[in-house]
Design a protein around this ligand. Structure first.
Ligand SMILES: Nc1nc2c(ncn2[C@@H]2O[C@H](COP(=O)(O)OP(=O)(O)OP(=O)(O)O)[C@@H](O)[C@H]2O)c(=O)[nH]1
Ligand SMILES: [Mg+2]
Length: 318
């Protein structure tokens, strides 16, 4: 959210990026204590909110925990931790769906993935990683340099293409993005490519003219294949706070997002925003990006994600 480095935002930034991870905070709160008090439950709520789990999800979790405590279903702080892990996994498990670029039965042509998101979220890097993944699976892959806004963007995609031996269709910078993607699609289809992945320029979800441009790209793709794009993938920076939910809502409203990839979950212990997005939109979460190299992209698994955020501890069940 606040990426500027002005002194005035320093405090806010510190709030947004607490040093302790959600797991550490919850373990500090819940391990080594004897009883579950109302104060302790409030501290748990605060920890969830600070980790961007969101007000609605936090409220629902908290109501459920209170219920369980009342029913004596959960009677120790460590059992609260275990219950939290189950609840959080439950929220995300609906968004875990195996996915591969497979055309619907009975159709042929090229599977088209359109990649969208705000500036710097990790779109181009994710495309490079996906190209490598699909190629390793034995598919033929082509990339479309639909970010004609930044000159360096085309080169960045070309580097990924060269590294993984994947053709990249480009036009001069400043060209119409829809026309680049249209050409790339024609080329991919005529060459019998299995998958075409189209990059787009980063854009703020609040800029309606830029969002209109994405609609145009989608329409142009559909001229060649009404069933395409087969995947509209929204790439979200996992270190973003509540703003990521607003982004997801807006991109979904304008385009109809079919899958989400969340990036930059290496190093930082963020990602709490995924719970809000899962609860609010229920869009499948495809991949998690954990670094800048080709192999740093993992299929999303709810249980693994929660394990990373809230590690199971030997003392967690009681
Ligand atoms: N640590 C880490 N860095 C990442 C990850 N994904 C992307 N990055 C880095 O984030 C920065 C932005 O990534 P890009 O792929 O260029 O993002 P983009 O969305 O294409 O950016 P624009 O085209 O400018 O909108 C680069 O420095 C990437 O190396 C990730 O999973 N982990
Ligand atoms: Mg890019």
């Amino acid at each position: 959210m606040s990426t500027d480095t002005h002194g005035a935002t320093a405090l806010e930034t510190r709030l947004e990026r607490p040093r302790a991870s959600l797991g550490d905070r919850l373990q500090n709160l819940l391990f080594g204590r004897q009883s579950v008090s109302e104060e302790l439950m409030e501290d748990v709520e605060t920890a969830l909110l600070t980790a961007d789990v969101g007000v609605n999800v936090t409220r629902r979790i908290s109501d459920d925990l209170h219920d369980r405590v009342r029913r004596k279903d959960v009677s120790s702080p460590a059992a609260v931790y275990a219950a939290l892990r189950r609840q959080l996994t439950g929220i995300l498990s609906g968004c875990e769906q195996a996915w591969s670029p497979q055309l619907p039965a009975g159709t042929d042509g090229t599977y088209v993935v359109l990649v969208v998101g705000v500036n710097g979220s990790g779109k181009t890097t994710t495309i490079g990683k996906l190209a490598r993944r699909f190629r390793d699976e034995g598919r033929s892959v082509m990339l479309a340099a639909g970010d004609t806004f930044r000159a360096a963007a085309v080169e960045q995609l070309q580097r990924w293409g060269e590294r993984h031996d994947v053709p990249v269709i480009t036009q001069r910078s400043g060209a119409d993005a829809a026309s680049v993607i249209f050409d790339a699609m024609a080329s991919a289809r005529s060459r019998g490519m299995d998958v075409l992945i189209a990059d787009t320029a980063g854009r703020l979800h609040t800029r309606s003219n830029l969002m209109e441009e994405l609609k145009k790209i989608k329409r142009v793709i559909q001229k060649q294949d009404p069933s395409a794009p087969h995947e509209i993938m929204l790439v979200i920076d996992g270190t973003t706070g509540q703003n990521a939910l607003t982004q997801a809502r807006k991109f979904n409203e304008v385009l109809g997002v079919t899958g989400i990839t969340i990036t930059k979950l290496d190093g930082t212990a963020r990602g709490g925003i995924l719970f809000s997005i899962a609860e609010d939109l229920g869009i499948p979460i495809r991949f998690v990006g954990v670094g800048e190299s080709a192999e740093d992209l993992h299929p999303f698994r709810a249980a693994e994600f929660v394990d990373a955020l809230l590690p199971e501890s030997p003392a967690s069940e009681s």
